[in-house]
Design a protein around this ligand. Structure first.
Ligand code: ADP
Ligand code: MG
Length: 259
C-alpha cells in the first residue's frame, strides 16, 4: 500500500480539500483508497458525510491502540473509498502520547495491519508540526504539500522541509515528496499568477503541473457531506483534482519503475 501524507503546518491551504477529492478521484480509477483523518477538527470525516455516531472508533483510538485498523475503518458513500474518521479527542493525543513507547511510530504500526486491503492510503494532517504530523510522516512513504497561491505561500516551508529532513534522518529515510500542489489559484488575480511562477522558480519540477483553481463548488461540497467530484463532477475544481490524480499516478508509476 502506497502511503501519502498530505501535510503543511499552515491551516486553510487546501489539505483536506485535496485529501477528499484526490482520494475520490483515485477511487474512481479503480484504486482501493483508505483515507486517514488525522486532524482533530475532523473536516475530512464531515466532508465525506461520516456521522458523529460512526466515529466511536476513530484515528484517536487507532493511535492509542484501543482499536485496530479494521475496527476504526468506516465505508464512505464513494465506492472503494474507506475512512478512519477523526474526533476532537485526537487533540489530546499530542500530549498523551508523550509518555508512550515508540510514540512516533503509532500510526506506522497501526497501518502495518492493512496488508492487501487498499492500494493507497492518504493521511490528512493537522495544521501543525507536532506529534500527529510526525506520526503521519513516519508512516508515509510519500508526501503531497498543498501551497495556497497567496502572498505568503512559501512562508513556513523551510520549517516543513526541516521537519521532513529530521524524520528522514531519524526514522524514515525513504520518505519523499510526491509533489507540491498549488491550490486556490485565481486566474483573475495577477498575484496568483505571480505566486505560482515564483513557487515554480524556487521549487522546480516537484511542483505538479496541475493547478487547483479557486472554485466555490469545492468549498460548498463539504456541507453536503460529499466530495466535489460527486457534488458537481464537471466543475473546474473537480476537473483539476481528476488531473491531479492522473499526475500522481504517473509520478507513482515512474517511482515504482525506478525502484
Ligand atoms: P486545510 O485542510 O489545509 O486547513 P481546507 O482544505 O480545509 O484547508 O481549505 C480551507 C477552506 O478553503 C475550506 O473552507 C475549503 O472549503 C476552502 N477551499 C479549499 N480549496 C479551495 C479551492 N480550490 N477553491 C475554493 N475554496 C477552497
Ligand atoms: Mg484540514
Amino acid at each position: 500500500m502506497i502511503r501519502i501524507a498530505i501535510a503543511n503546518q499552515k491551516g486553510g491551504v487546501g489539505k483536506t480539500t485535496t485529501a477528499i477529492n484526490l482520494a475520490t478521484a483515485l477511487a474512481a480509477t479503480g484504486w482501493r483508497v483508505l483515507l486517514i483523518d488525522f486532524d482533530p477538527q475532523g473536516n475530512a470525516s464531515t466532508g465525506l458525510g461520516v456521522e458523529k455516531t460512526d466515529r466511536e472508533r476513530s484515528s484517536y483510538e487507532l493511535l492509542r491502540g484501543d482499536a485496530t485498523l479494521a475496527e476504526a475503518v468506516v465505508a464512505t458513500r464513494v465506492p472503494r473509498l474507506d475512512i478512519v474518521p477523526a474526533t476532537v479527542d485526537l487533540s489530546g493525543a499530542e500530549i498523551e502520547l508523550i509518555e508512550v513507547e515508540r510514540r512516533t511510530h503509532r500510526l506506522h504500526e497501526a497501518l502495518a495491519a492493512s496488508e492487501g486491503q487498499w492500494d493507497v492510503c492518504l493521511i490528512d494532517c493537522p495544521p501543525s508540526l507536532g506529534l500527529l504530523t510526525v506520526n503521519a510522516l513516519v508512516a508515509a512513504n510519500m508526501m503531497i504539500v498543498p501551497l495556497q497561491c497567496e502572498f505568503f505561500a512559501l512562508e513556513g516551508l523551510s520549517q516543513l522541509l526541516q521537519t521532513i529532513e529530521r524524520v528522514r534522518a531519524r526514522f524514515n529515510p525513504q520518505l519523499s515528496i510526491l509533489g507540491v500542489a498549488l491550490t486556490m489559484y485565481d486566474r483573475r488575480n495577477r498575484l496568483s499568477e505571480q505566486v505560482a511562477a515564483d513557487v515554480r522558480a524556487v521549487l522546480g519540477d516537484v511542483v505538479f503541473d496541475t493547478v487547483i483553481p479557486r472554485n466555490v463548488r469545492l468549498s460548498e461540497a463539504p456541507s453536503h457531506g460529499v466530495p466535489a467530484l460527486i457534488y458537481d463532477h464537471r466543475c473546474p475544481g473537480s476537473e483539476a483534482y481528476i488531473a491531479l490524480a492522473r499526475e500522481c499516478i504517473t509520478r507513482l508509476t515512474k517511482t515504482a519503475q525506478a525502484a
